[in-house]
Design a protein around this ligand. Structure first.
Ligand SMILES: CC(C)(COP(=O)(O)OP(=O)(O)OC[C@H]1O[C@@H](n2cnc3c(N)ncnc32)[C@H](O)[C@@H]1OP(=O)(O)O)[C@@H](O)C(=O)NCCC(=O)NCCS
Length: 166
């Protein structure tokens, strides 16, 4: 069977994806979202429907079905001191993983960052380090969040996207 054709598009053009993304995020991080109504979480996502400034969220679509997402935003995540600008909120729906969709989301987010004039990007992650490393990001320290130790990744935009950083 051939691989599905995935397109990476702006959430601004696909607001109908918001309830599914909210569902994923709540299921993944129930403590983080505890105490927030679904409407509040969806409103937060709606605030990421920008086209030329951050926060700018992208969605991966298989036909009309949303299968993944990522956001460019002010801060990378939970780190002290805060790292900016940041790439975060990377998620690919179960059953769609290990097909390159996460990588495609990061690549297109990097292209948007370049287009918006950003000269670097930061991300913090416990799970997606190999995706960043394969795209030429450099590991640049650690950030502790709760019981988790997150790796900080940095990408300097003067490098060619997808290059090896040399
Ligand atoms: C982390 C996450 C976003 C990765 O998404 P993904 O779509 O599976 O990512 P990719 O397919 O691009 O890459 C993942 C792995 O699949 C491999 N892969 C990519 N295409 C593949 C293919 N066609 N066949 C087999 N493996 C493939 C990649 O090489 C990579 O392998 P590695 O882990 O050994 O480096 C996803 O697992 C997820 O949403 N997890 C839960 C939330 C999370 O942890 N988010 C990250 C927070 S920063």
């Amino acid at each position: 069977m051939s691989s599905p054709v995935i397109s990476i598009e702006l959430l601004a053009d696909h607001s109908d994806c918001i309830p599914t993304i909210a569902e994923w995020f709540v299921a993944q991080s129930p403590e983080y979202y505890a105490g927030r109504s679904r409407r509040d979480i969806e409103n937060g996502l709606a605030g990421e429907m920008n086209r030329d400034r951050i926060p700018l969220r992208l969605v991966a679509l298989n036909g009309t079905k949303v299968v993944g997402t990522v956001v460019l935003r002010k801060y990378a995540g939970h780190s002290e001191p805060p790292l900016e600008p940041g790439l975060g909120g990377l998620y690919v729906a179960e059953g769609n993983r290990r097909r390159g969709i996460g990588t495609a989301l990061v690549v297109v987010a990097m292209e948007w960052a370049l287009q918006m004039g950003m000269d670097r990007l930061f991300a913090t992650t416990a799970t997606a380090g190999r995706i960043f490393e394969a795209l030429g990001w450099k590991q640049d320290g650690f950030a502790d969040y709760g019981n988790e130790r997150l790796s900080i990744y940095r990408y300097d935009m003067d490098r060619r996207i997808g290059g090896n950083g040399r």
